[in-house]
Design a protein around this ligand. Sequence first.
Ligand code: ARG
Length: 524
Amino acid sequence: MVPPSITRILRYASTKSGICQEASMSLTKDYVRKHLCKIVELDRRYGFFGDKFENFAQKHICVEYSSPNIAKEFHAGHLRSTFVGQAISNIVEAPGNKVTRINYLGDWGMQFALLAAGYKKHGDDTLLNQNPVKHLHDIYVRANRSEGKDKMLETARRIFQDMESNCPDSLHFWRYCRKISMEKLLKLYESMHVDFDSYDSEGLYVEDTKKLISELKSSNLVKTLPNKALGMDIGGTSWYQSAKALATSDVMLARGDGTTLYLSRDISAAISRHKKFSFDKMVYVTDVSQANHFIQVYAALERLGYDWAMESADILKHIGFGRVIGMKTRTGDSIFAEQIIDEAIRCVEKDRLEHSTRRSCIDNEEDVIRKLALSGLICADMKSKLSKDYKFLWSRVLDSKGDTGIFMQYTHSRLQNLKKNCGYEIRLDVDCGHLISDPIATDLFHQLLKYNSVCWTAYSELQPSHLTNYMFKLAHSIAKAHRNLRVKIGDVPKAQARLLLFHCAQITLRNCMMTLGMQPLDNM
Ligand code: ARG
């Protein structure tokens, strides 16, 4: 519990002026020491434990993110979904919820059938064997060109019908594409330190969806839309009433030829996941352009009579993030995940070569550079409120100073080095009088105190930017303290008090970085 005097001072902390002097008058050395000991004791749990998280009821939360489409490129939007989804999963997992991380691959639908149609016409088995993903991407681009597209779509429609009726020939190509895409994806995720508990996919729900459609046909819940499509009126649902942006209250569940749709497969997937996981929350992370799609999915589920899908149940949630503007290669082409990561790696490498001081002797430099590059990208993606678009500038993302992932890593590894090289051991029985008499130390201490309430805000709003912005402020306080409060000094009690403060700062910074999905470095 924070004592009343501290609460008063924390209020000062949020104003811009003179917090440190005020703080130093009211902080007691005993309180500071106790809190620092608590941080050491809680260690990885510091932040998402105690205070606001007291009496915390554990829930089962499913988070679906990344979800790229097979045989198509993994683009900047999928990359953002991956980073954001991973951070949100970590945030909800930290206080003790059970989290199931789901990747819902886009492996079905007319887009895939169009690729298959394109392959029938332009495919080359030798090129496919040499570089399958590239060849399939080229084919997809060709199939989408306007000349001859109508004919191509006609073939795609036939192929799609075959796929939906389990025709072995069309499924053979699908299985192949799925396999090579999965192999590539798994490598990518491994290099990004991203994990999933379940690889789900649209194709897995075709049978369920067909069954649902045939059951619904004889009910009064559905109606016939133009072109004999099967539709449902979601007008009376709670979701439809609070959604303003839906042009019509009809949703389409099946095409005239009986085939399933993205929407109906999502409905079946939600029903099946609810049966399987009995989730208390199901969070979907995609870009904002899919917001209406999810409202339609939830509304259809509500119309089908699933109470857990009602808006008031507060179980189904879509987190929509804005576009990343200007994420292009240096030559101006639009860019895919691997290229983005490779470019980030190149920038970090170049920077290290130019600043020879940063070329310290470390044996795993390649790994360090990759982690730095990813940290830069992660922070850029989670700096501002998710729903906002943001402008991507390589120079800003990978700057080694300022509010960037690279600076967070520098700050963290500096603290690790300080602890290693200062010549003192970390002790808990220190005299914190040496800290409360110093405005720079008290400022840093106040940052550490705030972490718990920042975690709570990030948790309750599912908004990683609260953590990111806190982390930037924390790193700046650390940097200031690092410049001003030397530990390698002869005054042993003072040195030990400072060392404990720096140790706690390192724990807090590390926790924050890890929750956001970064891999804190000890050396760089
Ligand atoms: N594969 C989709 C895309 O790339 C994203 C899937 C989002 N999740 C869902 N349940 N619909 O746009």
